[in-house]
Design a protein around this ligand. Structure first.
Ligand code: SAH
Ligand code: SF4
Length: 380
């Protein structure tokens, strides 16, 4: 594979290159090395939407770049704002596929203060192959992996959207300063593109977002968790557990049959050992499925073994899926029972539910024609 084209010979997208690659082809083309910093600055700091915008690069270089690379910004197909300030973006990709990202502003503190933390929930695939029984993306099935630039540009495009509103960012840092890979798709199933995108988010020559502000959420691909443990960066890992025994997890997450709990938990231990960092366990509470006392018992055992924090998320109902959110009383009882066993536990209040923007519950239903919607089982 050449630096400037992919396996199919298509020009590569400029916003998937890293510093080493930029340095290599710019040197090969006979340019001075400071052009590397300039080019990366245009791509990842000034968030250029076209090569033509890169005004301080010589015309000859801009021509060379246009000849060798593509630069295809995501097209904003729709923007929806929730009452609580959450914004859902629907992006159209170059091949017409649709993906979503969700921008979640920090909560206002009890003292009325508001931090400048904005979380962006980012998609990693079109659809998802893992078929978890409760999930809208799983219902849709798998279409394709996102290329690294399609992951990266979800963040850049939100920055461009923000600047276009005339709200000049007071700081050079990105608006979205907390990235969670919890959108559509299984990030660890798109490993190479994910790692390149994370490198661009994190690197000083890229978006310079601290690794501790970047979370990868996985349904439990044990071998890839071990692989991620070997990377030097301190990315944060969240495990979508949702069942604390193989019996319950097998029913709702087919991946558990491939990598049962013991295999998953020991991969998590390896990750923790390598990084010296706390893992989060996400646990959706689904009425009558995973809220029993035996789950409390098993979950507290796992949480103690991993010394992790457990995040409980009351299930967000999805059209076409016959599962319900438990009562507040059941949620409270589950939380208190874990707490009494010494587990650090929180209940996550989903934001943006009035526009179906809850992170991990991304849906494109409204964008599909009725016939298409039905074919997809009303998912998205
Ligand atoms: N594939 C990855 C990341 C995307 S899903 C993973 O499974 O971790 C992000 C999170 O949203 C996961 O924890 C997922 O289980 C959760 N989720 C999916 N559908 C949901 C729903 N209807 N209500 C609440 N959480 C949901
Ligand atoms: Fe895929 Fe995650 Fe949804 Fe499971 S929960 S179907 S792994 S996106």
């Amino acid at each position: 594979m050449s630096e400037t084209s992919d396996r199919a010979g298509k020009p590569r997208e400029l916003r998937s290159i890293n510093a080493d690659e930029a340095e290599r082809f710019l040197t090969e083309w006979g340019h001075k090395s400071y052009r590397t910093t300039q080019l990366l600055g245009w791509l990842y700091k000034k968030r250029a939407g076209s090569i033509a915008e890169m005004s301080d690069l010589p015309l000859e270089l801009r021509d060379q770049l246009s000849g060798a690379f593509s630069l295809l910004p995501l097209e904003l197909a729709r923007e929806q704002r929730s009452r609580d300030g959450t914004v859902k973006f629907l992006w159209r990709l170059a091949d017409g596929e649709l993906i979503e990202s969700v921008l979640i502003p920090a909560s206002i503190g009890r003292d009325g203060s508001q931090s400048d933390r904005h979380t962006l929930c980012v998609s990693s695939q079109v659809g998802c192959a893992y078929g978890c029984k409760f999930c809208a993306s799983g219902l849709m099935g798998y279409k394709r992996n996102l290329d690294a630039y399609e992951i990266v540009d979800q963040v850049l495009a939100v920055e461009r959207w923000h600047l276009a509103k005339g709200v000049e960012s007071p700081k050079p840092e990105p608006l979205a300063n907390n990235i969670v890979m919890m959108g559509m798709g299984e990030p660890l199933a798109n490993y190479a593109n994910l790692i390149r995108a994370l490198e661009i988010f994190n690197a000083p020559w890229g978006m310079n977002i601290g690794a501790r502000k970047i979370t990868v959420s996985t349904s439990g691909l044990a071998p890839q968790i071990r692989r991620l443990a070997e990377t030097p960066q301190q990315y944060h890992l969240a495990i979508s557990l949702h069942g604390a025994t193989d019996e319950v997890r097998d029913k709702i997450m087919p991946i558990n049959r491939k990598y049962p709990l013991e295999e998953l938990i020991s991969a998590c231990e390896a990750y923790q050992q390598a990084k010296g960092r706390m893992i989060w366990v996400e646990y959706i509470l689904i009425d009558g499925v995973n809220t029993g006392p035996e789950q409390v018992e098993a979950l507290s055992g796992l949480a103690k073994r991993l010394q992790c924090k457990v995040n409980l998320i009351p299930y967000n109902p999805v059209d076409g899926i016959d599962l319900q959110r438990p009562s507040d009383e059941t949620v409270g009882r589950f939380r208190d029972a874990l707490h009494h066993k010494g587990v650090r536990v929180t209940v996550r209040i989903e934001k943006g539910t009035d526009i179906d923007a809850a992170c991990g519950q991304l849906r494109l239903k409204s964008e599909k024609k009725p016939a298409e919607t039905q074919a997809l089982g009303q998912a998205g």
